[in-house]
Design a protein around this ligand. Structure first.
Ligand code: SF4
Length: 392
């Protein structure tokens, strides 16, 4: 029997990466979750821009564009925003984005032509006997003077680095989707396909391109992600993105916040948390002050040409220490025959992590395969609640 075709999308794969438990709730258990206000805000902007480009060759005026937004803006009864003030903040932001977009588009409209919007695509990946059908939607495709540009609108605040964009799985998939739908574009050469994220809040675009090798790598990455999903135990990964997650009331990471037990033990737990946070805060303050005091003492010792100073309750000595660097090749020659070389080899994991980001996918994969669990442990991470306006 032929194996079933796996059907997925970039957004599902991305959800798994963000939080496997969220993926399980959404894709496996098929639990519907309310959309966050940021998601609704993004949808309204996307819809308005879709309207803007759907009337080509005569685009709507700015007033028509803003009126369209007003018409589709969430009704008050939908209860998305905390209060009228919050509704106003989001609405003004949306107006600002659309005004800027409109003015920007006026400047570039003679240099490029929108050839499609909200383009649905499918990419069939085959790794016999398995097949995977990836679906997605590209916000906008332009014909430019030197090729084709795929544009994806973003309403996020955070601007990623060029490196993030160069490694973006989403843009690689869109590139595959475009090639699949219009194979003639690839005949002109992949360098003719520009891939762009358009950050609407900043009016910034960040672009990249893909090589054939990168597109092959991406297929590998997708199969790997699918294999990870297959063997996953769907552990939650809490992050800042929990704020946008509609499954918080089902999530073990948020269980205490919503549980009755919290009300029963809240006084005792509150005291422990307060004390813990206070101590952490003091630690930070102390560390900062220690650095300042060291500077003052060092300056005094230098000025007075001293190496030790005395106070009523003790004294402080400045010691000269020397840190040596070894010639690794020579040390290796000595230790290797003794079978001791491996004992002193230690990789600086922070340096390695930073280096990995700059490497190609195939090298990253080789390094990933060389990774094994050293030890598993738990840490306590303290977070201080931001002051939030309460719904009246
Ligand atoms: S609330 Fe956070 S940790 Fe829980 S499922 Fe959602 S994203 Fe994952």
């Amino acid at each position: 029997m032929e194996p079933e075709i796996i059907k997925t999308s970039y957004s599902a794969l991305d959800t798994f990466k963000q939080c496997p438990l969220k993926y399980k709730f959404q894709q496996i258990d098929k639990i519907k979750a309310p959309k966050s206000k940021e998601a609704i805000f993004g949808n309204k902007i996307h819809k308005t821009l879709q309207y803007f480009h759907s009337t080509q060759p005569i685009s709507p005026t700015l007033d028509e564009l803003l009126n369209y937004l007003k018409d589709i803006w969430p009704e008050k009864e939908e209860n998305i925003f905390l209060d009228e003030q919050e509704d106003m903040i989001y609405f003004s932001e949306a107006i600002k984005i659309l005004r800027n977009y409109y003015n920007h588009y006026l400047k570039i409209k003679d240099k490029s032509t929108v050839i499609d919007i909200e383009t649905r695509f499918e990419v069939l990946l085959e790794k016999p006997p398995e097949k995977c059908l990836l679906r997605g939607i590209i916000d906008r495709i332009d014909k430019t003077a030197d090729g084709i540009e795929i544009i994806d609108y973003k309403t996020t605040k955070r601007l990623p680095s060029q490196q993030d964009i160069d490694n973006s799985l989403q843009l690689s998939l869109y590139c595959l989707g475009l090639i699949n739908r219009w194979p003639k574009f690839v005949e002109q050469g992949l360098e003719k396909i520009k891939l762009t994220f358009y950050y609407l809040k900043h009016q910034e675009t960040i672009s990249t391109r893909r090589t054939k090798e990168q597109l092959n790598d991406i297929q590998e990455q997708i199969w790997e992600r699918l294999a990870e999903i297959e063997k996953s135990d769907f552990k939650p990964i809490p992050s800042a993105l929990c704020g946008w997650c509609g499954y918080k009331n089902l999530c073990p990471m948020w269980k205490h916040k919503y549980s009755e037990q919290r009300t029963v033990n809240s006084e005792q737990i509150n005291k422990i948390i307060e004390e813990f946070l206070e101590l952490k805060k003091n630690n930070q303050k102390n560390n900062k002050r220690l650095i300042e005091l060291k500077q003052i003492i060092n300056n005094y010792l230098d000025k007075e040409k001293l190496e030790r100073i005395f106070g009523d309750i003790g004294y402080i000595t400045r010691l000269s220490l020397t840190r040596y660097e070894y010639e690794l090749e020579k040390i290796k020659e000595i230790l290797e025959p003794l079978g001791k070389w491996q004992d002193v080899l230690a990789v600086d994991s922070i340096k390695l992590k930073n280096l990995i980001k700059t490497l190609s996918y195939s090298i990253r994969k080789q390094i990933e395969k060389a990774k094994k669990i050293d030890k598993e442990y738990k840490i306590l991470k303290a977070s201080v609640k931001k002051k939030k306006r309460e719904k009246s």
